[in-house]
Design a protein around this ligand. Structure first.
Ligand SMILES: NC(=O)c1ccc[n+]([C@@H]2O[C@H](COP(=O)([O-])OP(=O)(O)OC[C@H]3O[C@@H](n4cnc5c(N)ncnc54)[C@H](OP(=O)(O)O)[C@@H]3O)[C@@H](O)[C@H]2O)c1
Length: 332
């Protein structure tokens, strides 16, 4: 048995229960992991509330796609892992099939990566979702390179902060946005070349001024909603507006016609494009691991909670005051 977070109906953080659940043995292609730390992501908050892109197929439902821990048992056919190895679980599966908000969990081996020695459990649960999301869109799909400018909305999020470091790693210029001035200093310290405060400034005007009128080669947007019209104005001809999140919770228009049909690429992106493709995942793993080894990538941890305080961790994420990753730790 393992303490496992479940919810029996959609709702606020109060629907989350820590319940003893039979874990079982790993089947073919699976691993049993002793979980030491768990990355908390917006996807879980949305899934719990019934607002995620994929609904819960059954109740009680479970949560969690990102974790760090130790391999306890290996299923048939798994050759790349042995019991005792320290690993991270990368979001590469549906929470209807597997879930890691638990003391122990079974996961597909294809969603597990070796954890570099210099990365502890808390960092190991905070690295993969942010860095692979940023790398997959901007480098793998977008081909971002030295000299490019990338505008990062909600840049204080874990993905936004990782994207700042990914941009720096390839020699691109990261321009961060945040709603209020409160996080401005923290974003500059985190490596942003400039910070645009969206409650006070026009994003497109600032980006055009910063790029000598050219616009940014990439906009990496976690907010969506009506703001995309202004963001599209900030994109250089032929550049790409990636929509990877929708924290605004509002309808998102297509701005191409309003803006006179510019050469605008606008596409949605999820990290599953990278994590569910074995070759892309290997390239992402190499890129992220090398950044961790050289110190170019340092995950920013905002706050840790004990697994027993899972409802508080969700409330904290919903409050939106974090700068970086929220992680839950598991006492064994
Ligand atoms: N596509 C993918 O594969 C993928 C992977 C991971 C995450 N995501 C998405 O990426 C986004 C960021 O995720 P996260 O877990 O790193 O952080 P998060 O907690 O969802 O986002 C944090 C930041 O978003 C900003 N924000 C919150 N509410 C907002 C609103 N109504 N309007 C504008 N900005 C708002 C706040 O920054 P300021 O206060 O500084 O404005 C806040 O600090 C989420 O939408 C998540 O679903 C997508």
């Amino acid at each position: 048995m393992a303490a496992t977070v479940r919810f029996h109906e959609y709702g606020g953080p109060e629907v989350l229960r820590l319940e003893d659940v039979e874990v079982g043995e790993p089947g073919p292609g699976e691993l049993l992991i002793k979980v030491d730390a768990i990355g908390v992501n917006r996807a879980e908050v949305l899934f719990r509330g019934g607002h995620y892109i994929e609904p819960a197929k059954r109740f009680p439902a479970r949560l969690g796609a990102e974790a760090a821990g130790v391999v306890e048992a290996v299923g048939a056919g798994v050759t790349q892992f042995v019991a005792g190895q320290v690993v991270s679980v990368v979001p590469a599966f549906s929470m209807n099939d597997y879930a890691v908000y638990a003391e122990r969990a079974i996961v597909p081996a294809s969603a597990v990566v070796h954890r570099p020695a210099e990365v502890d459990a808390v960092e190991g649960a905070a690295v993969w979702m942010p860095y692979v999301t940023a790398y997959g869109a901007l480098v793998e799909v977008g081909g971002m390179q030295a000299g490019d400018t990338v505008v990062l909305t909600a840049a204080s999020s874990s993905v936004g902060l990782a994207a700042i470091q990914v941009a720096r790693r390839v020699g691109a210029t990261p321009v961060a946005t945040t709603r209020s001035r409160v996080k401005q200093e923290a974003l500059l310290k985190a490596g942003a070349a400039d910070v645009i405060v969206t409650d006070e400034e026009d994003v497109a005007d600032r980006v055009l001024a910063l790029t000598a009128g050219r616009g940014a080669e990439f906009v990496f947007d976690a907010v969506a909603g009506p703001g995309v019209v202004d963001l599209a104005r900030a994109v250089a001809p032929g550049g790409t507006l990636f929509l990877y999140g929708a924290v605004s919770g509002r309808e998102t228009p297509y701005p191409g016609f309003t803006l006179g049909m510019p050469a605008l690429n606008m596409r949605t992106y999820t990290m599953h494009e990278t994590t569910r493709d074995p070759q892309r995942l290997r390239r992402a793993e190499a890129f992220v691991s090398s950044g961790l080894r050289t110190g170019a990538f340092r995950p920013v941890i905002d706050r840790t909670f004990d697994l027993h305080d899972v409802a508080a961790a969700h409330r904290y994420m919903e409050a939106g005051t974090q700068v970086g990753k929220i992680v839950m730790t598991v006492g064994h």
